[in-house]
Ligand binder design. Structure first.
Ligand code: CDT
Length: 315
């Protein structure tokens, strides 16, 4: 049985605050058509792919932000995306803001199979930024105000002949994200992101934004023997520049396909999932080589207990 899966990374350019769902969905359908023409089995869209990155705006009354959230999936507005994908036999990953019937708010991604059925859901665990208005920032990053940390853990799903795991944006900077999924056998880890090209909480040279974007995904692809597909919403979104750099990374850690724009752009790669299996059976054979019983005791939530002189410095 073939273990080749043709993966599409469907980067989106900016979505204006007043751009309709219908327009965002149409843009994604356009990318799906290209994906169909290029033989894709599976397409990855960005984080919060249906709206502008609204956590950059402060709103005292959170319910005034409700129009950015989805209460059902698919809805009348998003169903055409599901239909266009199913017509072409393409599965997909889609990020969006979720408002549950009992009032919980999550930064969510779903996995959809080639028939248009939702097969998996992930809710972002690592929420960056802050929860109150910060006058010192040129724009806000209020994910902690508008979302709760995800309550579903890092799941994996069997689809397209392989094992797929999902993460969202800031999760990609945390090794635990990948390791938990790889312990469950993940061969393809997919994630969407919205990353401003400036760190507004402390000075950081600009070039590091893209360097860290790729560094985290490439290193973790290798260390967990998995394909990693990272897909941006990119470009100048209402005055905030979002990095692009969407790419497909193979288990060696090498980027095998990368976008060249900060606009709507599809890149594709035919991935041989047996490459992930090979790493899991050799260098990263956990049963054979991983020795957690020799790692020392993890005594606190934040990590290993430090000697007093170091723990003072750490504060
Ligand atoms: N969306 C998201 O998680 N973005 C963050 C930016 C952090 S700046 C507070 C990221 O890790 O890319």
């Amino acid at each position: 049985m073939s273990r080749i899966v043709t993966i599409g990374a469907a980067q989106l350019g900016p979505i204006a605050p007043d751009e309709s769902r219908a327009s965002a969905v149409n843009r994604m359908i356009e990318l799906l058509k290209q994906a169909g023409d290029r033989g894709c089995n599976f397409v990855v869209f960005p984080e919060l792919a249906l709206t502008t990155f609204f956590p950059r705006y402060y709103e005292e009354d959170i319910s005034k932000m409700n129009h950015h959230y989805e209460r059902e999936m698919p809805s009348a507005e998003t169903r055409p995306l599901f239909e266009a994908a199913a017509e072409r036999g393409i599965g997909f990953y889609l990020g969006y803001a979720e408002l549950t019937p009992d009032g919980h708010r999550y930064n969510t991604a779903i996995l959809v199979d080639e028939t248009g059925k939702i097969t998996g859901k992930y809710r972002k665990v690592h929420l960056p930024g802050h929860s109150e208005y910060d006058p010192n920032r040129p724009w806000q990053h209020l994910e902690k105000r508008y979302f709760e940390p995800g309550d579903l853990g890092f799941g994996v799903w069997r689809q397209h002949g392989g094992i797929i795991g999902m993460a969202i944006c800031n999760d990609r900077r945390w090794p635990e994200t990948y390791r938990v999924m790889s312990l469950k056998g993940a061969e393809v880890i997919v994630l969407g992101y919205n990353t401003p090209d400036v760190n507004t909480s402390a000075f950081e040279p600009n070039h590091l934004r893209m360097f860290h974007n790729h560094l985290t995904m490439q290193a973790n692809a290798y260390m967990n023997s998995a394909f990693v597909v990272g897909v941006a919403k990119a470009g100048m979104e209402d005055g905030c520049m979002l990095i692009g750099g969407s790419c497909i990374i193979q288990p060696s850690g090498e980027i095998v396909s990368q976008v060249s724009s900060v606009d709507d752009e599809l890149i594709t790669y035919s991935a041989d999932l047996d490459l992930a299996k090979m790493g899991k059976e050799t260098v990263f054979n956990y049963a054979k080589h991983r020795r957690i019983e020799h790692y020392g005791t993890i005594t606190t939530q934040t990590g290993v207990e430090l000697p007093p002189e170091l723990s003072e410095a750490a504060e």
